[in-house]
Design a protein around this ligand. Structure first.
Ligand code: UD1
Length: 458
């Protein structure tokens, strides 16, 4: 990560300028779920008929997935937030490394390709800036369904050699409820011969959304969202029209934006039970949250106190909101402890938050936080998608102006973020011009003693 002092004047990427310390008001609109959309787009490869997906957010990750589908031979028509996908003539079984490397979710195509064309060659996605992210559970699941899978020179080569090139139903137990592996197995088993069960599957709402769309295509998927999914294989799937669920991670980010700026806000559309763990922690730390109409939540923050969180698979506290929640805890009264248990390298925001005056001590994957009275506007850089969101929330609450770089991460997962925040009263704008040097901002090193000795810091 570049420190401010090393950034050269002629080499500054586009950035956001944020005027901090302003309250928000009104409504923040939530887009369709990115993670659902990516899996649903891959599932479109399972049918020769046209499939319409609505409420798809306009994000760079969606652009890359669109490019991947086109690369395989699918035709895409986009109008605003709808994408029509026609996969009748897909012919390519191989994905290029560049596309897989820029979007891990591209691996979702393995199941549909095996099912439709009997073969798939996909480079291993490899680790990324939040962890190693192996795909062993995906591969074990495909093997259990009868695929022959080998990894040669970091390329996963899978094929179906049965007489009719159909995968065979199987009983699969996941060692860990991986979201991606559950989606891969779900997509691969819909057209398999016979019955498949997935024990210990991921129970995230995105799995339920995928199962709902597959069922409307004619699949027979039962129990998505529970501890066991059963799939009865069918011979073919048809086209359909499906509306993506609201993005619970974006909604959670907005609830935290309200809390960190101590502003009452209305947020929606949301499906409240997708956010139970987050709502419960926000209530515990001092927010009043109530249903507003059928699809919105109203949040009224009061005095915010430190609470502890530990991330875990759904219905636990989502790892994708760990970083944003940490920004809130930094400004809370008292101390808190945040444990990251899903990914091993998901604490990139800590250094940046400390730069802004936070008091966070990191030990392995646990952050010990002592709330401070205020954060100070700084020159900050996002290192991954959710740490970028966390840093922007901190910028909104900070005293003074901040400059945020790392838009390539942010644009992967937040649709028109600065437009939405501006409409709620923030002063935040995207700049493409050069920056002047801000070498006066410095990195602050926090030791455990800082946490222990600042007991009454906020
Ligand atoms: C998805 C989400 C991501 C979210 C994550 C956890 C998408 C596109 N991304 O990622 O935003 O943070 O769920 O909610 O939907 N693992 C293995 N072997 C495997 C697969 C996973 O060991 O074969 C491990 C991973 O390294 C990680 C943990 O399981 O430590 C969770 O990963 P997983 O649930 O698979 O996350 P993704 O599907 O990659």
């Amino acid at each position: 990560m570049s420190s401010v002092a090393t950034i050269k004047r002629n080499n500054i990427p586009p950035h956001l300028e944020v005027k901090g310390g302003r309250p928000l008001s009104g409504i923040l609109k939530v887009s369709g779920a990115k993670n659902s959309s990516l899996a649903l787009m891959a599932a479109a490869l399972l049918t020769k008929e046209k499939l319409l997906i609505q409420n798809v957010p306009q994000l760079t990750d969606i652009e890359v997935m669109s490019e991947i589908l086109r690369n395989l031979g699918a035709k895409l028509t986009k109008i605003n937030n709808s994408i029509e996908i026609n996969s009748e003539s897909i012919h390519n079984v191989e994905l290029p490394y560049e596309l897989v490397n820029s979007l891990r979710a591209s691996f979702f195509c393995v199941g549909p390709l095996l099912t439709r064309l009997g073969e798939a060659k996909i480079p291993l996605p490899g680790g990324c800036n939040i962890g190693a992210r192996p795909v062993d559970e995906h591969i074990n699941g495909l093997k259990a369904l009868g695929a022959e899978v080998e990894v040669i020179n970091d390329v996963v080569k899978a094929q179906v050699s049965t007489k009719d090139k159909r995968l065979l139903g199987a009983n699969i137990t996941l060692k860990y409820p991986s979201v991606g592996a559950t989606e891969t197995i779900l997509m691969a088993s819909c057209l398999a011969l016979g019955k498949t069960t997935i024990s210990n599957p991921a129970r995230e709402p995105e799995i339920q959304d995928l199962a709902k769309m597959l069922n409307s295509m004619g699949a027979k998927v039962f129990g998505a969202g529970t501890k066991r999914i059963t799939i009865l294989g069918v011979k073919s799937l048809s086209g359909t029209s499906h509306c993506v669920i609201p993005d619970r991670i974006e909604a959670g980010t907005f609830l935290i934006a309200a809390a960190i700026t101590r502003s009452p806000l209305i947020i929606g559309p949301v499906i409240p039970n997708h956010l139970s763990a987050v709502i419960s922690k926000l209530k515990e730390c001092g927010c009043s949250i109530s249903q507003h109409g059928n699809h919105h939540l109203k949040i009224i923050p009061r005095e915010i106190s430190g609470v502890d969180i530990t991330t875990s698979p759904f219905p636990g506290f989502p790892t994708d909101l760990q970083a944003p929640f940490m920004s809130l805890m930094v400004t809370a009264k008292g101390s808190s402890k945040i444990k990251e248990r899903v990914f091993e390298k998901r604490m990139q925001h800590v250094l940046e938050l400390n730069k802004m005056g936070a008091c966070i001590y990191l030990e392995n994957n646990t952050a010990y936080i002592k709330g401070v009275k205020e954060l100070v506007g700084s020159y900050v850089e996002g290192g991954d998608l959710r740490s970028s969101a966390a840093i922007i929330l901190a910028c909104l609450s900070a005293k003074g102006n901040s400059i945020f770089t790392g838009l390539e991460h942010l644009d992967r997962g937040y649709e028109k973020l600065e437009e939405k925040l501006t409409s709620a009263g923030s002063i935040i704008s995207r700049k493409f011009d050069q920056l002047t040097s801000h070498s006066s901002f410095s990195n602050k090193i926090i030791s455990k003693d800082n946490i222990d000795t600042q007991k009454n810091a906020a």
